[in-house]
Design a protein around this ligand. Structure first.
Ligand code: NAP
Length: 295
């Protein structure tokens, strides 16, 4: 029940109606009997700074940041953790006396399900292909470099954004590691790389609700993927996405964005409430909300 004492949490993004963060957080809040409420806010790019100032003005305790604001939010914060600085993207913000602090829990969320599928001691031989070069791609690059993968090929549709993505790592703490393994490529070169990689990660919104009947890879491109490869789509609604259904039909191992959502959310929940997040309760809330798509 929302009362006069209830403290507000939330998520800002655009689009936002697909977000399942309110479900996992409000379920966790209810389960632990806490006096918080978590609300989705659609905030367009042009309104970001006004919205962030407004959230402070009305006393919001903390919020998540989703597509497309994870990088744009950084200059609006008082400080960000060294880890988020290394990633170059923020997804979790909390209020201090004199401004907002931010960090990144997406890397932790991204790695959580991967570790179950690919044994950690085999990463030195793993080659990873990343579709897209936005905020979430940054978490994927950091996560895979933490695991020590042997090559990271990132594909983007916009040459200048791809170059900016690559350039942004040159001043980061990961510079030395990434200069050995990271390369950027235009979308047109995908066919050359698909047969050579062990893990494909979609970080674009292609296939996300409400435009669910799209996939970043065509049937011809799918046919090139090695039979041992894992296909990981960060999208969690619908589940599975068209990309993952294409992969399932070819017998490939798939991972959807649900576990990432749960684990990045759990880490944020702990920061805001200082309570241990009820992960299994959050997982069940998500599973009962998402209707599985037929293959
Ligand atoms: P973002 O910063 O806007 O980045 C999106 C990237 O996708 C950009 O590189 C963009 O290229 C590219 N892209 C968009 N449409 C494309 C198209 N039609 N063809 C080729 N490339 C395209 O967004 P984000 O924050 O990284 O989020 C990306 C996705 O990951 C979203 O679906 C989000 O829900 C999901 N995600 C899930 C979780 C989770 O917990 N499961 C966490 C984070 C993100 P341009 O810059 O050229 O537009």
């Amino acid at each position: 029940m929302i009362k006069g004492t209830t403290q507000l949490l939330g998520v800002i993004g655009d689009p936002i109606t697909h977000s399942l963060s309110p479900i996992i957080h409000n379920t966790a809040i209810r389960h632990l009997g806490l006096d918080y409420a978590y609300v989705p806010f659609r905030v367009g790019g042009e309104d970001l700074s006004t919205a962030v100032a407004g959230l402070a003005a009305i006393g919001v305790v903390g919020f998540n940041v989703t597509i497309p604001h994870k990088q744009a939010i950084v200059p609006l914060l008082r400080d960000i953790s060294p880890f988020a600085e290394g990633v170059g993207a923020v997804n979790t913000v909390w209020r201090q006396k004199d401004g907002w602090s931010g960090t990144n829990t997406d890397v932790e969320g991204f790695l959580a399900p991967l570790i179950d599928f690919i044994p950690t001691d085999t990463w030195r031989q793993r080659r990873v292909l990343v579709l897209g070069c936005g905020g979430a791609a940054r978490s994927v690059v950091v996560g895979c470099s933490q695991l020590g993968c042997s090559s990271l090929v990132v594909f983007g549709r916009n040459k200048s954004k791809l170059e900016a993505f690559y350039g942004s790592w040159l001043n980061s703490p990961l510079k030395n590691t990434l200069s050995q393994v990271l390369s950027i490529h235009p979308w047109q070169q995908l066919m050359n790389y698909l047969p050579t990689v062990d893990l494909i990660v979609n970080t674009t919104p292609i296939g996300m609700h409400p435009i669910s009947d799209t996939s970043p890879l065509g049937e011809q491109e799918m046919d090139l993927i090695a039979s041992h490869a894992v296909v990981y789509d960060l999208i969690y609604t619908p589940s599975p996405t068209k990309l993952l259904r294409q992969a399932q039909l070819r017998g490939l191992v798939i991972i959807d964005g649900q576990e990432m959502l749960i684990h990045q959310g759990a880490a944020a929940f702990k920061i805001w409430t200082r309570q241990s997040p009820p992960i299994e309760v959050m997982r069940m809330a998500l599973k009962t909300t998402i209707t599985p798509q037929p293959v």
